[in-house]
Ligand binder design. Sequence first.
Ligand code: GLA
Length: 383
Amino acid sequence: MLDVNGFIDLHRERFGARPTLFAAPGRVNLIGEHTDYAEGFVFPAAIDLTTTVGVTPRADGQVVLYSANFEKEARVAPAELPERGIGQWEDYPLGVLAMLRQAGIEVPGFSMSITGNVPLGAGLSSSASIEVATALALLHLSGKTMTGPEIAKLCQKAENEYVGAPVGIMDQFVSACGAEDHALLLDCRSLDYHLAPLPHEVVFVLVNTMVKHAHADGAYKVRRAEVAEGTEVLHGMKPEIRALRDATLEDLERAKGQMPENVYKRCRHIISENTRTTAAAAALDAGNLKEFGRLLVAAHASYRDDFEASCPEADILVELALERPECIGARLTGGGFGGCTLNLVRAEDADAFAVSLQRGYFAKTGIDAEVYRCRASAGAHSL
Ligand code: GLA
C-alpha cells in the first residue's frame, strides 16, 4: 500500500510544493497473448499494483523527474529533450511528454515524483502504468483532456517511437480504461471494448518466475517479425487478410507450404488464441469458470509449443499449479520469456495455494518466487 502522505511529503521536501497525484495500474492479461498487434482480441484486467506520480508546475520551465524507487533524479531543459530514449528509466515519462508535444499539446515546466509497486520486468506492465500515470499528470498541467483510449494510443506511441519497444496497445489500454472487479475484452482493431464482471470469490495469484524479460530487446521483436512474415504470405494468398485477425486455421493450412515452420507455428498460436480469447470471455459471461480455466490452460500450451514464448521456469510453475485441485486455471501471462504466471483460485484457497507453489518451485529450481495476490482494479485516476 502506498503511504500517500509520505509521498506527498517527499515531493514537497524535494520540490517545495504540494503535488497533485495520479495513479495508473499494472495489468494481468487473462488470455489473448501477442494478439493485440495482430488486430485481434485480448482480455486483460487492471490490478491493484500501481504507479503513482505527484506533479507540480515549475517557474523555470525545466522538467525534473524524481524516481522514489530508484532514488534518482533526471533533469531536462525544455529545448534539450532528447529525440529518442536513452535507455534509462526516465525514457517512459519523457516519451509521453514528447508525444504530447508532437500532438500539439504544450506542457509547462514541471517537477514530478514517481513511485510504484508494479514489479519491473515481471510481465505486469510497469512501463504502461508509468506512461499512463504520466499522461494524466501532464494533461492536468496543460489543462487538456483526452479519453482513455486516446491516452492509451498516445502512451503506446511513446513506447514504440520514443522508448523503442514495438509493443501493441493492450497494456496501455487496460491501464487507462480498466475497472474494479472487471476484466476488459478489447477488440484491438476497432478499440471497442466490453467490461466483463469477474466473480468476486476468485483472485489472481501471480507468481513471479524471477526470470526477467525486456521488450526493447530481442525475443518480442523477433516474434513480431515472424508474425509479420506469416501475415504477408496469407495476404498474398487472400488479399482480404490484412492481419492475422482475418485468417482462419483453414487459411493457414492452405498457406503452410509457403512459409517456414516457425512462422507457421507463430500464426497458428495467434489464430487459435483469438478464438480462445472470445470463447473465454463468453464462458466468463455465462458463469462457466471451469471452461474459462480450461481455455487458460490451452492458451499456455499454445504459447509454449506454438509461439515458443514460455520458459522452463514458467512451465514448471504451471505444471505445479495444475497438480493442485483448487487451481481453476494457470498460464504464463504477458509478453513471454519470463515474468509471472497467472493462477486463478478462490480467495479462501489463495494463501495455501501460493505457499505450495513457492515450495514446489524452490524444490525444482532453487529460486525463491515472489507472489502477488491481486484483484481486478480501477484504471488510471487522480487521487
Ligand atoms: C506485452 C506488450 C503487449 C502485448 C503482450 C503480449 O505486454 O506490451 O502489447 O503484445 O506483450 O500479449
